[in-house]
Write a protein that binds this ligand. Structure first.
Ligand SMILES: C[S@@+](CC[C@H](N)C(=O)[O-])C[C@H]1O[C@@H](n2cnc3c(N)ncnc32)[C@H](O)[C@@H]1O
Length: 210
């Protein structure tokens, strides 16, 4: 049994609303690239531990991580999730409604580079960000997050180990380089306090300094 399977079996207890998501992805011809349950569970905990009330997600897919994030929110907490594909946002909306969380979650469709910048211009602020979309734009998403982050906000980014390829000096694939650049950028950024947590495919958690 792998370490991830061991952790998953002990700590991730998916209910029916989460368990049905892979099937909805298949039915809608969508990729099965949701975060693993152990990352999802950690996202719920991080939202709860930080007392976050206004969460922004980049990359919705079928709403799996949205459900984990929204489950960490207090009663009046809100999650806004940015998604490029109309179909993905529709499936995510359905799955989130099935989980009884539709009053907390709003999906915004379009290229997140633009929709994120629109939110910044509107003056909205957030206390928790979860980045899980196109790897080449992780640094622009981080910069956008810093423009609308409350002091002490959390910025978490997924897939930062990229299946271990980031640590393989021989691997120069485009997305490996994108992720490496993001990790190095965050590690050296004085505006943040950060640590890479080797859970799932790696979650880089940063706190915005006050
Ligand atoms: C890895 S999946 C997200 C998985 C989701 N966070 C989960 O765990 O359930 C990445 C998603 O980002 C979306 N995406 C890719 N490029 C994007 C962009 N430029 N703007 C917004 N969404 C984008 C994809 O369509 C896809 O649904």
């Amino acid at each position: 049994m792998s370490i991830n399977d061991y952790i998953h079996n002990l700590f991730v207890h998916e209910d029916e609303a989460l368990k049905r998501i892979p099937e909805t992805l298949e039915q809608n011809d969508m990729p099965k690239i949701s975060v693993p349950g152990e990352t999802g569970k950690l996202l719920t905990l991080l939202v709860k531990l930080t007392g976050a009330k206004n969460v922004l997600e980049v990359g919705s897919l079928g709403g799996y991580s949205s459900i984990w994030l929204a489950r960490g929110l207090p009663e009046k907490g809100k999650l806004t999730s940015l998604e490029l594909e109309e179909k993905h946002a529709r499936v995510a909306r359905e799955n989130v409604a099935h989980a009884g969380l539709d009053d907390k979650v709003t999906y915004v469709t379009g290229d997140a580079i633009e929709t994120f910048s629109d939110l910044v211009s509107e003056g909205e602020t957030y206390d928790f960000f979860f980045i899980d979309a196109d790897k080449g734009n992780y640094i622009p998403y981080l910069e956008a997050a810093l423009l609308c982050a409350e002091p002490g906000a959390i910025i978490a980014a997924d897939n930062v180990l990229w299946g271990g390829r980031v640590a393989d000096a021989e691997n120069n694939e485009e997305d490996t380089e994108h992720i490496r650049r993001y990790n190095e950028f965050v590690a050296g950024d004085d505006r943040l306090e950060s640590m890479l947590i080797p859970i799932g495919d790696g979650l880089l958690v940063s706190r915005v300094k006050e």
